[in-house]
Design a protein around this ligand. Structure first.
Ligand code: C2E
Ligand code: CA
Ligand code: CA
Ligand code: CA
Length: 271
C-alpha cells in the first residue's frame, strides 16, 4: 500500500496560524482514534534471521488531515508536550510487539524518542513496565534518539541512558551526520548503534563526498564497537554499495516503505 502524502498547509496560510492550529488540534486529539503506527523493516547484512522494524507515528487529525510527524513532533517538543505522545507510542508499539510474539512472530523493534523525553524521570520506568506487561525482553527493544537541539546532558538524561543500557535495551543515535548528531554526540552519548541519516545515504550514487563520509562513519562505528544502520536506501546501487562496506542494517524505500502491522506480517512472515 502506498502511503498517503500528508496534507500540507496551503501556501496562503501563514506559519503562525498553522502552528496554532496544530497545537490546538494536538491538545484536543483523541490519541486512540487519531494516531496510528507504521513499521518499516530493516534488512540485515549478516544474515540475522530476526527482522528489526522501526516504529513510525502517523496522525490523522479530523480537522487538519494527515499531519506530517516532522511538523508536529518539533512543536510538541517546544511546548513540552512530546512525552504525552511518546507514552502513547511506547504503549501501542510494545503491545503490538507482545501480540506478535504471542502469535509466534518474533522481531525486534526500535522506537523514536526525543532528547526531551530523556529528561522525563518516568521514561525508564514506563518502558520497563510496558516491557514486562507485554511479556517482552529488553533485547527485543531499541530506542532511537534524535537530537533536535544541542545535547543537554543533564543528570536525568544520563540516568535514563545508564538505566536503559544496564537493562539491555539497545540505544541508537539517530540522524547521524545531519543536524546536531555529530562526532561530539557520539563521544558523549554511549550508544550501541549509529544510524546514518538519509540525507547522506540518498545521494550516495552521485556525491563522492557523501560516499567518503558514509564509509568513514561505518569504519569509525565499527572501530568503536557499534553497529551501523543506514536509512534512506532508495536504490539497488546504494543497497549493494552499503552491503559491500559491511553496513550492518539497511532501511529505505528500496527495501520497504513503512507498513501497517498486517501488511508487514503478510509481506515478511507469511510463506
Ligand atoms: P527518522 O527517525 O529519521 O525516520 C525516517 C524517516 O524517513 C521516516 O519519515 C520514514 O518514513 C522516512 N523514510 C524511510 N525510508 C525512506 C527512504 O528510502 N527515502 C526517504 N526519502 N524517506 C524514507 P517519517 O515517518 O515522516 O518520520 C519523520 C521523522 O519524525 C522521523 O525521522 C522521526 O525523527 C520522527 N518520528 C517519527 N515517528 C516518531 C515517533 O513515534 N516519536 C518521535 N519522537 N519522533 C518520531
Ligand atoms: Ca528514527
Ligand atoms: Ca529522526
Ligand atoms: Ca533520519
Amino acid at each position: 500500500m502506498q502511503e498517503l502524502s500528508p496534507i500540507r498547509a496551503p501556501d496562503t496560510i501563514p506559519y503562525e496560524p498553522r502552528r496554532e492550529a496544530i497545537l490546538q488540534a494536538l491538545a484536543e486529539a483523541c490519541f486512540d482514534d487519531e494516531f496510528y503506527l507504521l513499521f518499516q523493516p530493516q534488512l540485515s547484512n549478516r544474515g540475522h534471521r530476526l527482522l528489526t522494524v522501526e516504529v513510525l507515528l502517523r496522525w490523522r487529525s479530523p480537522r487538519l488531515g494527515l499531519v506530517n510527524v516532522s511538523e508536529f513532533i518539533p512543536l510538541a517538543e517546544q511546548t513540552g508536550t512530546v512525552y504525552r505522545i511518546t507514552r502513547w507510542v511506547i504503549c501501542r508499539a510494545l503491545r503490538q510487539l507482545g501480540y506478535w510474539q504471542q502469535q509466534g512472530i518474533y522481531m525486534r523493534m526500535t522506537i523514536n524518542i526525543s532528547m526531551r523525553d530523556l529528561e522525563e524521570s518516568q521514561l525508564y520506568e514506563q518502558v520497563c513496565a510496558e516491557t514486562a506487561a507485554n511479556w517482552l525482553e529488553p533485547e527485543y527493544i531499541g530506542l532511537e534518539i534524535t537530537e533536535t537541539a544541542p545535547l543537554r546532558y543533564s543528570q536525568k538524561v544520563a540516568r535514563n541512558i545508564f538505566d536503559f543500557q544496564r537493562a539491555g535495551y539497545e540505544l541508537v543515535l539517530d540522524d547521524y551526520g545531519a543536524g546536531f548528531a555529530t562526532l561530539n554526540t557520539l563521544r558523549t552519548l554511549q550508544v550501541d548503534t549509529l544510524k546514518i541519516d538519509k540525507s547522506l545515504v540518498q545521494q550516495l550514487e552521485f556525491e563522492k563526498i557523501n560516499q567518503l563520509m558514509v564509509s568513514s562513519s561505518i569504519k569509525l562505528a565499527h572501530r568503536l564497537g557499534l553497529s551501523v544502520v543506514a536509512e534512506g536506501v532508495e536504490s539497488e546501487f546504494v543497497c549493494q554499495w552499503l552491503t559491500k562496506l559491511k553496513c550492518d542494517f539497511l532501511q529505505g524505500f528500496y527495501i520497504s516503505p513503512p507498513l501497517a502491522a498486517d501488511e508487514l506480517v503478510a509481506r515478511f512472515f507469511k510463506p
